[in-house]
Design a protein around this ligand. Sequence first.
Ligand code: ADP
Ligand code: ASP
Ligand code: MG
Length: 473
Amino acid sequence: MAGTLVMKFGGTSVGNAGAMAQAAQIVKDARAEWPRVVVVTSAISGATNLLLDSATRAARGDLSTLVEVETLLLNNHEAIINAQVSDPARQAQLKQEIARMISNFGSLCRAMGVLGEASPRALDAVASLGERMSVRILAGVIESIGVAARAVDSTEFIITNTTFQNAHPDFDATTIKTRAVLNPLLDESIVPVTTGFIGATPDGAVTTLGRGGSDYSAGIIGAVLPADDVWIWTDVDGVMTADPRMVPEARTLPEISYSEVAELAYYGAKVLHPKTVRPVVDEGIGLRICNTFNPTHPGTRLVPNLKTNGKTSKEHVVKAVTAIRKQRMITIEGRGMLGVPGVAARAFGAVASTGTSVPLITQASSEQSICFAVPSESAAPVLSALERAFAAELEDNDIDRVWATEDVSIITVVGAGMRHTPGVSGRVFSQLGDHSVNVLAIAQGSSEVSISMVVESQDTEAAVRSLHELIVK
Ligand code: ADP
Ligand code: ASP
Ligand code: MG
């Protein structure tokens, strides 16, 4: 097949010597079919968490675990080099590079300790080290099995704005640079092995695209090259009817539409970063999710949005169910709100000023309350911002109170056929009722391919498992 393939490996897919060897073999096999292969990889599993935890501890003045973490990171990476890189000179060189990065990590943490502060920019510098280590090793392992490969830091070509920790790519600049950096390697039949998750500002400061963002990196690179296909290699057999960790009987969905998967990802299915889909769909590029540990399984193919014509079979109405935990519902209520102009606009303006995104807004039956979800850790700043924004109305009792619930979960059922099938929400709610799950709030996704419900946190599993029965039935 003539064409360009982008393959992304997640953290577990490169998490130890065996996994890394498996990933390298997958690259070799793909290279036999595709003349141009670009590899994008995450940090080895757990590395990003270790790096970021150490940095936040350091900023609190706690350096007590730093040396231990440095040793752990060094050992984990060296173990892979020892097991899978055959050439001794190459081994030594890789070990030196890893040691340099870990020492860089130590210095950054110690500096944060002195400053007593971890800025988003400094956190990105630390977080980026996981991917910068893994690409070098993966390139070495691929070379060891006879495929020409070269580690490339995506800071050279993914150009972003300065929103550290959640940076947005500048697609024009990224297109030019990505082609300039990757095409010469591809033209020489070298496999570029590049960092997921990270980019750089036009001034060269390292940024990250948000946690789990390596999938997005693969989508961006696929879109700008452009590639024919993007394959996301992970640790499960594709996109499943539910998270198999919560629902052991979950099944792989051989196909799912772009809008369905976008909704699933947005509402918590970690298998694909929610931003991945957009650049790929826009360019009409194929997307597939597959299992590094079961590579002959076809996994899941993303397909164009289904044009349902009312003939959807009953089985396929609800396709998948997912949950996001640790959310709080914020309510603004008061009878006087009816007369207050622009309450909703001002409320969401105040929320936006805290940098919080709102996953769900419920439709109140009257204008006497506004209710929406925010991640639990954002509840306190959001409440303060709202109290400031509505100080006058609270004073005049036009607004009675602004308050947050305890932690709740958002449960979402996804399926494009739902909109043409009467009675789906009835079935969803009676299923929850039959399992004694109390629904605190409801929202229908704007795309009409999903219905979300807010439930108490202790009901999360019961809600997901019971709704999953609607799919299997
Ligand atoms: P990677 O490191 O490869 O990016 P992630 O841990 O980010 O992998 O995502 C894969 C995980 O997503 C799976 O191990 C699974 O537990 C979880 N997951 C959640 N919802 C789903 C779903 N609907 N289908 C498949 N996996 C899911
Ligand atoms: N290593 C990054 C993270 O843990 C990015 C990724 O794995 O996709 O968030
Ligand atoms: Mg992931």
